[in-house]
Design a protein around this ligand. Structure first.
Ligand code: C5P
Length: 132
């Protein structure tokens, strides 16, 4: 089965809320709320991938020293196996805005069950509740 590598981020604000982004219409799993991030390019380090994706998707700038690995998801979708490390980021420049018009929400981890999320993202909630 194909292996897909995606890097995801829990952006944390001063109230210990985490940013979720709605997957845009037209994409797979459209309308579900996910941790921002994206696909690792060939030869790219996960931290560099996340810095690039956060800039492309949310218009913010962060730095490798501000990214702390927390856990990772490993989920077998029907046509690929997704391996997705989750980093925590508490320091960045700019105000997150969906660069492709996607809706954003700051959510307390304990309230995340109210937001439909891709199945791969669900096991990431418990470690965030423990952390925050
Ligand atoms: O975001 P993108 O469409 O590039 O991600 C590729 C696939 O990885 C998605 O179709 C989805 O199945 C999975 N994914 C996920 N959770 C995320 C990001 C991506 O399950 N937070």
């Amino acid at each position: 089965m194909k292996l897909l590598l995606v890097v995801a981020c829990a952006l944390v604000d001063a109230d210990r809320r985490v940013l979720l982004a709605e997957r845009p219409a037209g994409k797979q799993l459209a309308g579900l709320w996910e941790f921002p991030g994206g696909k690792l390019e060939a030869g790219e380090r996960p931290e560099a991938c996340l810095i690039r994706e956060l800039h492309e998707e949310l218009g913010i700038t962060t730095w490798e020293s501000c990214l702390a690995p927390l856990t990772f998801a490993s989920h077998a979708y029907e046509d690929f196996h997704l391996l997705m490390p989750l980093y925590v980021c508490r320091k960045y420049d700019g105000i997150p805005r969906g660069q492709e018009g996607q809706r954003l929400k700051w959510v307390r981890p304990k309230d995340m069950r109210d937001y439909p999320m891709p199945p791969a993202d669900l096991p990431l909630i418990a470690p965030l509740i423990d952390l925050l």
